[in-house]
Design a protein around this ligand. Structure first.
Ligand code: ATP
Ligand code: MG
Length: 403
C-alpha cells in the first residue's frame, strides 16, 4: 500500500496550551531538519496535528523512522487520506486491509468521528467498512476484543484518514522550546548521553570541552568534535567551545597537594563554565556526573566542586547505573566514539589517591595562593568555537586562519 501522508501526534504538547504555537512551529522546524537530505515530502502543521505529505516515490519508512526520533513526537502513522465519501472510504479500507492480509488473521475497524456532520454514526461506519473488507478478503475474520490488526478510520473536518500502524515516537519536548544550557562535554561515555537527555526535555545545548595540549592529543580533540557532530545530527546545530586548559592544569599541580588536584581541576572547569555560560546566556550547566561512580563524584566532592557556582547544575545521569548509560549511548550512537582510547585532560593528570571527601576550606586555601582569576580570563579569551550541524561543520574561531 502506498501511503500519501504520515500523521504525527504531539502527545505531551497538548498540555501546554498557552505556548502551543511556539511548540508546534519548533517541532515542525526540527522535523524538517531531521529529514534533510531526504526528498518527496511536505510538512503541514495545524493546531493539534501534523501531517507530512509524501510523494509516490518517497521513502516513507525512512521518513517515519526519522520523524519518530524527533523529541516532542508522541507517535507516527502512515495514513491514507481520502474524501469524506463513503465509497472512497470503503475502497481505501479494502486496499489497506489487503496490506494486512494473512490467512486466519483477525481484525476490527475502529472509527472516530470528530466531524459530527458526517452522515454515518461511528458504529454504522465500522459495520459498513468491516462488511466491505470481509466481502473482498475472505480469509480474514472480525474479532472485536484483541484482534491481530486494527484498521483505524478518523473522520476529520477536512478529510477521512485511514491507518493501521502506530509507531511510538521519542516523546519529550521539542528541542528549542526550553531555553539554553551549557553542557560540559568530555570524551567519555556519560556526558554526550547527559546532553541528549536534557535535549529530550526541550532544552538547547552548547558544549564546552577542556583540553590540555600537548598532554592531550589532536585525536582526543577530534573525538569530542565527532561526539558533538553525532549529537547535532539528532537535535540540531550545536556550538562546541574548546577551552585551552594546559596552563591552569599545570598551575594546579604546582600549587595544590596531589590528592586535591582532582577537586581543584573540577572547580576550575566549573568556574570557567560558569563564567562562559553567563556570556552566552545559558541558564544552567549540564554534566554527566553519576553519584558515587568515581572519587570526583561522591557527595563530598560534589559539595566542594559545586561551591564555585550558583548556576543550576543539571545532572540527568545522577542516579543511573552504568549499564543503563551504556545502553543509551549505544542508542544515540555515541558509544563507539566514546570508547576510543584517547585520554582526556583529567585521565592524564589523575592523582593516585584522590580525596573522596575533600575539605572545602583546604582546597580554597591552596587555590588562593595563585591568581586563578586571571588565568581563567586568559583561558576564556583563548576559546576556539566550532559549530556543528547536520553532516557539515564550520569553524569560526579567532584563530581560524591558523588552523
Ligand atoms: P564522562 O564519561 O562524561 O567523561 P565520567 O564518568 O568519565 O564521565 P568524569 O570524567 O569524572 O566522569 O567527569 C564527570 C563530568 O565532568 C563529565 O561527565 C563531564 O560533564 C565533565 N567533564 C569531565 N572532563 C571534562 C572535560 N575535559 N571537558 C568538559 N567537561 C568535562
Ligand atoms: Mg570522563
Amino acid at each position: 500500500m502506498k501511503f500519501d501522508h504520515i500523521l504525527v501526534r504531539y502527545g505531551e504538547l497538548t498540555l501546554k496550551s498557552g505556548n502551543r504555537n511556539t511548540f508546534v512551529n519548533q517541532l515542525k522546524s526540527n522535523i524538517k531538519y531531521a529529514l534533510i537530505p531526504l526528498e518527496g515530502y511536505k510538512v503541514l502543521a495545524n493546531r493539534d496535528r501534523m501531517y507530512v505529505e509524501v510523494t509516490e516515490d518517497a521513502d516513507v519508512e525512512e521518513i517515519m523512522r526519522r520523524i519518530s526520533k524527533v523529541f516532542g513526537v508522541h507517535s507516527v502513522s502512515p495514513v491514507v487520506k481520502v474524501e469524506k465519501e463513503i465509497e472512497a472510504i470503503k475502497e481505501a479500507a479494502v486496499v489497506l486491509a489487503k496490506d494486512i492480509d494473512e490467512p486466519g488473521k483477525t481484525f476490527k475497524v475502529d472509527a472516530k468521528r470528530s466531524d459530527k456532520g458526517f452522515p454515518y454514526e461511528t458504529f454504522d461506519l465500522q459495520q459498513i467498512l468491516g462488511g466491505e473488507i470481509l466481502k473482498h478478503i475472505e480469509h480474514l475474520t472480525v474479532k472485536v476484543k484483541d484482534p491481530d490488526y486494527k484498521l483505524l478510520v478518523e473522520i476529520r473536518r477536512d478529510a477521512a484518514y485511514l491507518y493501521s500502524r502506530v509507531i511510538k515516537g521519542a516523546g519529550g519536548l521539542p528541542v528549542g522550546t526550553g531555553g539554553k544550557t551549557l553542557l560540559m562535554l568530555s570524551g567519555g561515555i556519560d556526558s554526550p548521553v547527559a546532553g541528549i537527555e536534557v535535549m529530550r526535555r526541550g532544552v538547547t545545548i552548547e558544549a564546552i570541552h577542556f583540553h590540555s595540549p600537548p598532554f592531550t592529543s589532536e585525536e582526543a580533540k577530534q573525538k569530542v568534535i565527532d561526539l558533538t557532530q553525532i549529537m547535532a545530527e539528532t537535535a540540531g546545530e550545536i556550538k562546541l567551545h574548546l577551552v585551552p586548559f594546559t596552563d591552569i592544569q599545570k598551575m594546579i599541580h604546582k600549587t595544590v597537594p596531589e590528592n586535591l588536584t582532582m577537586t581543584s581541576t573540577r572547580r576550575m572547569m566549573m568556574r570557567i563554565a560558569d563564567q562562559f555560560a553567563r556570556q552566552i546566556d545559558a541558564k544552567a550547566l549540564v554534566n554527566g556526573e553519576n553519584l558515587g561512580q568515581v572519587a570526583s563524584q561522591t557527595l563530598g566532592s560534589m559539595y566542594a566542586i559545586n561551591a564555585v557556582t550558583n548556576l543550576p547544575i543539571l545532572r540527568p545521569l545522577l542516579t543511573y547505573d552504568k549499564e543503563e548509560i551504556v545502553i543509551k549511548a549505544k542508542e544515540i550512537g555515541t558509544y563507539e566514539t566514546s570508547i576510543l582510547p584517547f585520554e582526556d585532560c583529567c585521565t592524564i593528570f589523575t592523582p593516585k589517591n584522590p580525596k573522596t571527601n575533600p575539605r572545602l576550606d583546604k582546597v580554597e586555601s591552596f587555590e588562593s595562593k595563585v591568581d586563578f582569576d586571571a588565568m581563567i580570563e586568559t583561558a576564556i579569551e583563548g576559546i576556539e568555537t566550532i559549530t556543528l550541524s547536520k553532516n557539515n561543520q564550520k569553524t569560526e574561531s579567532d584563530f581560524s586562519d591558523l588552523l
